[in-house]
Design a protein around this ligand. Structure first.
Ligand code: DGL
Length: 268
């Protein structure tokens, strides 16, 4: 494969603003990488869509984005889209694709009590992919799962400067705790990229004895590894965020995205 041009971006893709939690650590490792951040606001929330709908929607939209922005690599910074559509996207597109999968393996290594919670969207927690990860890496542990659409909405509201439902984090933690074995849970996998945006709220609800983990640092390292040796611009330039057009869900204020190095918003 020929080396990409220095200006070829890395494309991040999510239903909304959750993928910023993957973009953040990636920028820390690759500070001058050109960035396109794509959010499918017309499709948000993914967690309440059917598998068939997402398996068709995600590869089609990524195909459009790849054609438009010619990225060197695409990151599906969304657990729901990755657990359902990663294989379809890889089959359809001819560029490296990095997915996001629940961090069950490190959680299994970390737990002392043997009880892990997995907090994701409803679509993610029902995936056979999660069964497979649990069987492969945590077969001697209890893996509890809970899907919370309210947390996705709360994370979007937080970044958009709207009121956040303060009870959402407590309800989500209670959804894990009330399951058999839940009292002993000492690690929670944040298996939705939106949820680290609510880390403080979730930590307060779970208490100091529970550790929250997510896969974002590992994904950033994977991106850096896959692009090792490639040319980058000498200086960082502001990135672009692209939102699919939605009547009910307008793009956020640019101030919400500026801390992530985004300087311009487009809609498609
Ligand atoms: N950020 C997404 C994830 O990681 C999904 C949020 C949603 O659209 O429901 O699963």
């Amino acid at each position: 494969m020929t080396a990409p041009s220095a200006n070829a971006p890395i494309l991040f893709f999510d239903s909304g603003l959750g993928g910023l939690t993957v973009l953040g650590p990636t920028r820390a490792l690759l500070p001058t990488a050109p960035i396109v951040y794509a959010a499918d606001y017309a499709g948000l929330p993914y967690g309440e869509k059917s598998d068939a709908e997402l398996a068709a929607r995600v590869p089609a939209l990524l195909g459009r984005l790849v054609e438009r922005y010619q990225p060197r690599l695409a990151v599906i910074a969304c657990n729901t889209a990755s657990t359902i559509a990663l294989a379809h996207v890889r089959a359809a597109l001819d560029l490296p694709i990095v997915g996001t999968v629940p961090a069950i393996k490190p959680a299994a290594e970390m737990t002392q009590s043997g009880v892990i919670g997995v907090l994701g969207t409803e679509a993610t927690v029902r995936q056979p992919y999660v069964d497979d990860l649990s069987a492969k890496f945590a077969s001697d542990k209890i893996v509890l799962r809970h899907g919370s659409p309210a947390l996705v909405a709360a994370a979007e509201n937080k970044l958009n400067g709207r009121e956040v439902n303060a009870a959402a984090a407590e309800r989500a933690i209670a959804g894990l705790r009330r399951q058999p074995g839940g009292d002993a849970m000492d690690v929670i996998v944040l298996a939705c990229t939106h949820f680290p945006l609510l880390a403080a709220e979730l930590q307060a609800a779970a208490g100091p004895d529970v550790r929250l983990i997510d896969g974002s640092a590992g994904i950033a390292r994977r991106i850096a590894h896959l692009t090792q040796g490639q040319p980058w611009p000498a200086e960082a330039a502001p990135g672009v965020a692209v939102f699919t057009r939605s009547d009910t869900n307008p793009p956020p204020p640019i101030a919400a995205l500026a801390p992530y190095g985004i300087g311009r918003i487009e809609t498609i």
